[in-house]
Design a protein around this ligand. Structure first.
Ligand code: GLU
Length: 466
């Protein structure tokens, strides 16, 4: 499909939350799949609620997720003149009219309608003749909704959805201060930006029918709408903070990596057979709107963790080190030396094997830094207690080794144990406790090899008094 143009249109009133991130991802994938354009429009018309911090959080969230947009991010507020122009055109072609009701009068009529249990249509000035004096007063511009017939939208996700036009209100397009409403601004911008597919949360489905009438009034073609079901918590209820309704930045802080997040968000509402692990390249290849689920997706931290673990294992050590470097240096409170980096790069594949989130990697990697004296957990302190003489003996044996390879290290420990008639575990366990302080660790001999002779011996010597 040539010339596909999608857009992500967040309102900058908060962080880039998980639902928004998924909407952005689907728009991005759809555009990339079709070789089209993915645009970013910041819907900042609501001046009171839009903030610079929110814009920054949204842009950096998108960048972190790797969702690059084409061209510059567009500010909806900057298009206000154009929105006014369209409202004028609608007045001129008779598809809109001036409404002179004051906000107070409107509020009264609205609550009267509510009391009567009838829908409020906002049509009090629809067919009125305006006298000379009224014509000088401030007015808002309202759309003249068709009263007869019905409107059907062929939604790419929801299928064919119909409403009776009599259910649609004469909504405001331009407020009496000349500012456009969201409803008008979205339509004008989508049209002017050449948007062909509007993929967004299904909380906008009702708006689509009302927006559709603006397209019709202007003689414009509406984009294909695709309303994706919202994300719910694991209990099926509306997503709350506890469930994971957080900003993308919070997920980054928790130690999820962007690849895992993309994969997770993709699967949260879209499927490709039974595939769970889907790389970004595959996602671009496969993404379509037909396979977006019709029911609400359920957020599940365990799934996200297991995907994250997968992507951590897959990542090159160089990449992984660059992701953890800053936090690792904070943890060990010193910049990484060449020697430490080299050790960590060797250790990372095994460390990643056991990790779910980046803090696990940091914890595992920190063992390979010069962190003497190693701080001991209570359990490790128990294990090393009274083992001073043994550490002394092993340190001597290990110092004597002329080659620091796993085979030699292992042989030295084994012969040390045999000579004293000790079970291997009785020697290995205290060594592990001494060298790691009780932190989670993998194969001990590999750990010793990577740490290096000098550091291992020094860690043992630190405990010869134990
Ligand atoms: N600004 C709207 C929102 O953040 C999105 C509008 C749209 O996608 O059409 O919910």
């Amino acid at each position: 499909m040539p010339n596909v143009v999608t857009r992500f249109a967040p309102s900058p009133t908060g962080f880039l939350h998980i639902g928004g991130a998924r909407t952005a991802l689907y728009n991005w994938l759809y555009a990339r799949h079709h070789g089209g354009k993915f645009l970013l429009r910041i819907e900042d018309t609501d001046r009171a609620r839009s903030t610079e911090e929110a814009i920054t959080a949204i842009l950096s969230g998108m960048q972190w997720l790797g969702l690059d947009w084409d061209g510059d991010a567009i500010s909806q507020f900057d298009n206000a003149k154009r929105h006014q122009e369209v409202a004028e055109q609608m007045l001129a072609n008779g598809s809109a009219y001036k409404c002179y009701a004051t906000p107070e009068e409107t509020a009264e009529l609205r609550s009267a309608a509510r009391e009567k249990g009838v829908p409020f249509r906002g049509d009090m000035w629809r067919d009125k003749i305006v006298d000379g004096e009224t014509a000088t007063k401030p007015y808002s511009v309202r759309i003249k909704m068709p009263r007869e017939g019905e409107t059907t939208i062929e939604d790419a996700v929801q299928g064919s959805v119909t409403v009776q036009n009599s259910e649609l209100d004469d909504m405001i397009l331009l407020r009496s201060d000349g500012t456009p409403t969201y409803m008008l601004a979205v339509v004008v911008d989508d049209h002017d930006m050449g948007v062909t597919h509007a993929i967004r949360g299904d909380d906008h489905l009702n708006n689509a029918f009302r927006q559709y009438q603006i397209y019709a009034a202007m003689g414009w073609t509406a984009p294909t709408f695709a309303h994706i079901p919202l994300i719910h918590g694991p209990d099926g209820k509306k997503l709350s903070k506890r469930h994971g309704a957080l900003g993308v930045d919070a997920y980054a802080d928790m130690g999820f990596v962007a690849e895992a997040m993309r994969n997770y968000l993709l699967r949260l509402g879209w499927s490709h057979g039974d595939d769970e692990i889907i790389s970004t390249d595959q996602a671009i290849d496969w993404f379509n709107l037909e396979n977006v689920g019709k029911g609400p997706a359920r957020f599940d931290f365990d799934k996200l963790d297991s995907l994250n673990a997968h992507y951590l294992r897959q990542m090159s050590s160089d990449n992984l080190l660059s992701l953890i470097k800053n936090d690792l240096e904070k943890t060990v409170q010193s910049p990484l030396s060449e020697e430490e980096s080299t050790r960590i790069l060797r250790a990372l594949p095994a460390v990643a094997e056991r990790a779910k989130r980046l803090p696990d990697v940091i914890e595992g990697a920190s063992l390979f830094c010069n962190i003497r004296p190693v701080s001991l957990t209570d359990k490790a302190a128990n294990t090393v207690g009274g083992q001073g003489p043994m550490f002394n003996g092993i340190a001597t044996e290990l110092t004597a080794l002329t080659s620091w390879q796993q085979d030699e290290i292992k042989a030295a420990i084994m012969s040390f144990a045999q000579a004293r008639d000790l079970k291997l575990g009785k020697v290995m366990q205290p060594i592990r406790a001494a060298v790691t302080g009780g932190a989670p660790s993998g194969d001990l001999v590999e750990l010793l090899e990577i740490l290096g002779q000098q550091e291992v011996v020094a860690r043992l010597n630190d405990l010869t008094e134990a």
